[in-house]
Write a protein that binds this ligand. Structure first.
Ligand SMILES: NC(=O)c1ccc[n+]([C@@H]2O[C@H](COP(=O)([O-])OP(=O)(O)OC[C@H]3O[C@@H](n4cnc5c(N)ncnc54)[C@H](OP(=O)(O)O)[C@@H]3O)[C@@H](O)[C@H]2O)c1
Length: 328
């Protein structure tokens, strides 16, 4: 496993981390024993960075992770998230910080995160969403700074709203965030324009989510596949979305074959290596549901980099599809 600096934090984090959303149970049935086996296998293989959130099963993902870490002696960093108070998701331009992230709410929420994770200081606390409208007066980030001074958390982060990821650039330049969590993958390459270069300039840590575009970039979901109703992907891939994505995945597969690498690399490995090729990325956090996926995804770190010619070719798969909101 290779390790990278998480921005200016001084922490060395595994370049492949653990995405803990499915552990909360919103991706169809998830047996906690599978989650526990996945986490243990990942830590055995050198992983030291896990992402979770209140929203992943109302703390279920956090509690499963805490249970595993109680039994382990390794240093493992956990990044969790506080959502805005109930209201539109993502927050609209008309939302106010007073309504969505007031101080009493943030303080109480951080206490719950501490309790679920069984710690007295959070490694990373990310605000789970944001709007550019909050940039003028980023009071919630000032409150998180105070909580940091009080010893409740170490690093402050924001997970970008998918329709306006660049809204965090201004905050990065103003030194408000230590880390950002962004979508960056073979279909969503726009962060290469601004967020990733600015992260380098400002020493902001970069956590990359949704490397497989919710599984489809692994190449295992073909046209016509349907997800069970209790899997959030039944909304995400509603209508013809999965079929359109699957067609594009076949074009990626063809590029890998043309490079003569289809025997050496799975599409999941290509997806992970594409993200890791950017030097601004600190860690990529594929969602992992079982020990087998932990093995597959973590072993990628020790594989050779993608050839430069293939990397350049894969740029053509940037897909300006707008945003697919769940259920719309
Ligand atoms: N707003 C936010 O802050 C936000 C939003 C989304 C995600 N996240 C974070 O980012 C993490 C990653 O994103 P994600 O989990 O949504 O999606 P993802 O990483 O794009 O896809 C993960 C899914 O792909 C499948 N998979 C994983 N490894 C595989 C492999 N080697 N081969 C084949 N299939 C594999 C698994 O589901 P199946 O086996 O069921 O297909 C897994 O749950 C999340 O877990 C969460 O921590 C944050």
């Amino acid at each position: 496993m290779n390790y990278r600096k998480l921005g200016n934090s001084g922490w060395d984090v595994s370049e492949v981390g653990f995405g803990g959303w499915a552990l909360g149970g919103q991706w169809g049935g998830q047996d906690d024993n599978d989650s526990i086996a996945a986490l243990n296998k990942a830590i055995d293989l050198g992983l030291n960075f896990i992402d979770t959130a209140e929203g992943y099963g109302n703390g279920r993902s956090e509690r499963v992770i805490a249970g595993v870490l109680r039994e382990r002696s390794e240093q493992v960093y956990v990044a969790t998230k506080t959502p805005p108070k109930p209201g539109p998701w993502p927050p609209t331009p008309y939302c106010t910080v007073e309504a969505r992230y007031p101080e009493d709410y943030l303080r109480a929420n951080v206490e719950t995160r501490l309790k679920n994770l069984g710690t007295d200081c959070l490694d990373v606390l990310q605000l789970h969403s944001w709007t550019r409208a909050f940039n003028r007066d980023p009071a919630p980030l000032e409150i998180l700074r105070r909580l940091r001074q009080e010893g409740k958390l170490r690093l402050i982060g924001i997970s970008t709203p998918e329709q306006d990821q660049n809204c965090v650039v201004d905050l990065m330049r103003r030194g408000y965030v230590d880390v950002i969590q962004i979508i960056y993958n073979l279909f969503e390459q726009e962060p290469a324009a601004e967020i990733l270069p600015v992260a380098r300039e400002t020493g902001t840590g970069v956590i990359v989510r949704v490397v497989f575009d919710e599984g489809v970039l692994t190449g295992k979901y073909s046209k016509g596949h349907t997800f069970p109703a209790d899997d959030f992907r039944s909304d995400y891939f509603a209508g013809d979305r999965l079929d359109r994505a699957a067609d594009r995945v076949e074009e990626i597969r063809a590029d890998v074959a043309e490079a003569g690498l289809s025997r050496d690399l799975t599409l999941a490995e290509v997806a992970l290596k594409f993200v890791l090729a950017h030097p601004s990325v600190s860690t990529v956090i594929p969602g992992i549901r079982n020990a087998r996926q932990a093995e597959l995804n973590l072993s990628v770190s020790d594989r050779p980099d993608l050839p430069a010619a293939l990397l350049a070719k894969l740029r053509r798969h940037n897909w300006l599809r707008g945003v697919w909101y769940a259920g719309k």
